[in-house]
Ligand binder design. Sequence first.
Ligand code: MG
Ligand code: MG
Length: 629
Amino acid sequence: MKTSIATVSISGNLREKLDAIAKVGFDGIEIFEQDFIADTGTPREIGDMIRDHGLEITLFQPFRDFEGLTGDARTRAFDRAKFKFDTMVELGTDLILVCSSVHPDALGGIDRAADDFRELGQLAAERNLRVGYEALAWGRHVNDHRDAWEIVRRADHPNIGLILDSFHTLARKVDPNTTRRIPSDKIFFVQLADAPLIDMDLLYWSRHFRNMPGEGDLAVTDFMRAVAATGYDGPISLEIFNDQFRGGRPEGLARDGYRSLVALMDDVRQSEPGIKIKVPEIPDRIRVDGVEFIEFATRGEDAAALSKLLRTMGFAHVGNHISKKVALWQQGDIRIILNQETTGFAHSAYITHGTAICDVGLKVENAAATSARAAALGAVSFDQEVGPGELEIPAIRSVGGSVMHFVDDESGLSDVWSVEFTRADSEPVVGAGLRMVDHVAETMNYDEMLSWSLFYTSIFDMHRTPVVDVIDPDGLVRSQAIKAGEGAVRITLNGAETHRTLAGSFLADSFGGAVQHVAFATDDIFATARQMMEGGFEPLPMTGNYYTDLQARYGLDAARVEKMKALSILYDEDADGAFYQFYSKPFAGGLFFEIVQRIKNYDGYGAPNAPFRIAAQKRLMRPKGMPRL
Ligand code: MG
Ligand code: MG
């Protein structure tokens, strides 16, 4: 498999782009004309520089408005082509992309275009070059790859072929399976891009909203399956125009791009047998069975306060680490670790962020397969010295530099609790009915959301649900839920664009993305809330107005609403079911816990309640503009 990426997909100057692209493992680049025109090197020097990075120039692009012209305009189009061909020879690439014309004077006619390409093929052949023709979704006469293919077929020249681009085909809702009938030797190049489904002008959509395969809503896998089924085994190249990416970090973008291609081709390999492209075998997407643990890096007064809070919530301090200052708290299937070590990762996390969730453990089917798949997808592995008597549990880096561990039954890693922990002497605790982690909510910059959603959905058997707007009184936060199975693991990614939102100020204070809240599930939220409050738990107080409105909005029974009000329980419902939730007060710089009960098939997170929850939290946090002491 030969992987490639268009230089336009990555931010930075050409040299920064090349460094990032080469580092993450791509084989080649499509060079965009603007990128080399802006560079100070001659075409030959630039070509050498690219090859010095270990990269091949898979394509030179774009060459616009070529076909369908007459008279002087036609002559000039051929002169321009000759000039570009000379540049290609200097750069050291043999393939150019000609996109279908948008020229106002271009005449239609399949045969006229075919004649133009036959003549161009002759010029290209003299220099040992090849020309690929791509149908732009907004081309004047040709906007469908089936028409572009007919032109290439009639041009009937060995140096003229077709370039397929998933965006142009899928944006026009052309059936991708129509490429199955194109001979593979006439497909010169394949470009891939995904995009969110937005109803807008095709050109604008393409130039600003493309994203990596798997980050959007287009059927890119079906498209690539059809291409691979033809026997095509040339480069597979990303061509992504995206406003956010233009301002992103070059290496992060390149890594995401590489990850998206590997995951996509793995899907293609598994669903389209007998293809010619050699795709490395990697473990299947990993089934996740639950959240195994949540680990806080904490210290001193924060640790004492957190322990007290956990006790009021019905958690029992069940264990202490055999050699480290690490306490294990448990209730139902929920395990919370308080790590007060003064060396190692939790220590450095504490120094950087203060009390924070530094590690999340996932229960997986097979931990070794998980790290193998993650590594193949370019995840950064995490290693820390293993002490005597400790298990070697595989881990990778996750959001905001935090760590994610993988525990399984198969290799005995789930015995860690009996192997590494001794029973703590704790007074008997009456639980509050908290059963499992319902969701883990990660806060991040809006710009990072696509990247982390790709992280979860490419490594794990997890699926995205549509982005929901969360209204903070000081700005918008976008929330995307990623879910495994029937909800064994739910992770919400909350993207903040301004520091004035609650999520944004948490981001600023915690120096980067992190878990901001963890929600626990109960089967009887009223009993749970009562039990916790008897234990001294103080819920986040909601306003009287909230309950008056709630009763009016849903026509709820007055006595029930009174009960909710007394316990500060919030409510939402939709066609699938209903949802109860209440919150802790914020602690340690903006972290909080949430308790939820899902009724029937309610699959959301109570987004309609967010403005009221956030307003209540903000009342308890420091006033706006006050620095953190
Ligand atoms: Mg293209
Ligand atoms: Mg929540």
